[in-house]
Design a protein around this ligand. Structure first.
Ligand SMILES: [Zn+2]
Ligand SMILES: [Zn+2]
Length: 350
């Protein structure tokens, strides 16, 4: 099979590798479409700690090519469209036992990040992937495979939504108008909120309005904390969803959260410098500051439901679909700050 091997930052080679062997409880998946995550872009640009060579790709749609002998034939069949829950939650650690498998204590112990002497990565940038059947979600066969490749990013956002308790009539601030920010805009609108998008780029603000944001603000032209207070009778926003990595913005996110409101650090923070927090205000105003990481098993199922039932239309977020053989072009395009989701096609349905 062909696989996209990132030998070192900025150096992709398309290699012929053996098709993975499957165990009795596994399925061999034929990858249809893989979407490029910001993490794949970081791997490509360099500056991460993971070992190379890597085969990235954790946002992909696939069909079952072959089934191990123990795989339930009532649930699965060859040719079926499926999505893989890409995190290998071990199932036995403290976090997994408490239904927090998305932050499994053993999540970095497999080969996703470190594989001395071998190939690390999630391995979705290849023609075939072996996956335990317990990680698979059956999907309707008529759901477009390019939309389904966005299941993982949507699942991350739905995990954020599930923790955010947005109520009808709430003011919700989404900070950052990248792909994850726009997914938050779409989801918060569905929850009945007035959505305020804070974004520095004019084109992205315009796009945010097209996707349903009610108000857009430019944090370079105003004090975003003051602006949000001005828009909300001095209260601040009921829910603030921070999708940017900048520490100073994280501090502002907490500052613009209303009394008894919630602020979610959705993005990882780079560089992760501590920020000043007014702890007295958190106390006296009962403000809840949290974070969310990854999708959960439940939010993956919800993401597939939202995509396959047409509840959320993610089509506008798909910027371009490349053939996988054009991986370098696709990575360069995805590296540009003005692009949304860039996809690569590995195979087509009949
Ligand atoms: Zn991702
Ligand atoms: Zn675990």
């Amino acid at each position: 099979m062909k696989a996209l091997v990132l030998e070192e930052p900025k150096k992709y080679s398309i290699q012929d590798l053996p098709v993975p062997e499957i165990g009795d409880d596994q399925c061999l998946l034929k990858v249809r479409v893989a979407s490029i995550c910001v993490n794949d872009v970081r791997d490509y640009q360099g500056g991460v700690n993971w070992t190379y060579p890597r085969i990235g790709g954790h946002e992909y749609s696939a069909v079952i090519e072959k089934m191990g002998k123990n795989v339930d034939t009532h649930t699965f069949h060859v040719g079926q469209q499926v999505i893989a829950f890409v995190l290998e939650d071990c199932g036995y650690c403290y976090s997994c036992k408490h239904e927090h498998g998305n932050i499994c204590d053993n999540s970095t112990k497999g080969t996703f990040y470190y594989n001395e002497g071998g190939i690390s990565g999630f391995k979705g940038f290849a023609e075939y992937v072996a996956m335990d059947a317990r990680h698979l979600y059956p999907c309707p066969d008529d759901t477009p495979d390019d939309l389904l490749s966005l299941t993982e990013p949507l699942a991350c956002v739905l995990n954020s939504m599930n923790r955010s308790n947005i109520e009808f009539g709430d003011d919700v601030v989404v900070i950052g108008g990248g792909a994850m920010g726009m997914l938050h805009v779409l989801c918060a609108k569905k929850r009945g909120a007035r959505v305020i998008l804070s974004e520095t780029d004019a084109k992205r603000r315009e796009f945010g309005l097209e996707l349903g944001a009610d108000i857009v603000i430019n944090p370079l032209e105003c004090d975003p904390v003051e602006k949000v207070k001005e828009l909300t009778n001095g209260r601040g926003a009921n829910v603030v969803l921070n999708t940017t990595a900048i520490p100073a913005v994280a501090a502002q996110a907490i500052e613009m959260t209303a009394k008894s409101g919630l602020c979610n650090m959705f993005s990882s923070i780079h560089p992760n410098e501590p920020i000043p927090v007014n702890a007295g205000r958190l106390h006296s105003q009962e403000i809840y500051v949290t974070g969310t990481q990854n999708g959960t098993r439940k939010s993956f199922a919800q993401a597939i439901d939202c995509i396959s039932k047409g509840i959320l239309d993610l089509r506008p977020l798909i910027e371009k679909i490349y053939d996988y053989t054009d991986v370098v072009e696709a990575m360069e395009f995805a590296s540009r700050p003005d692009t949304y989701k860039v996809l690569m096609r590995f195979s087509k349905g009949e």
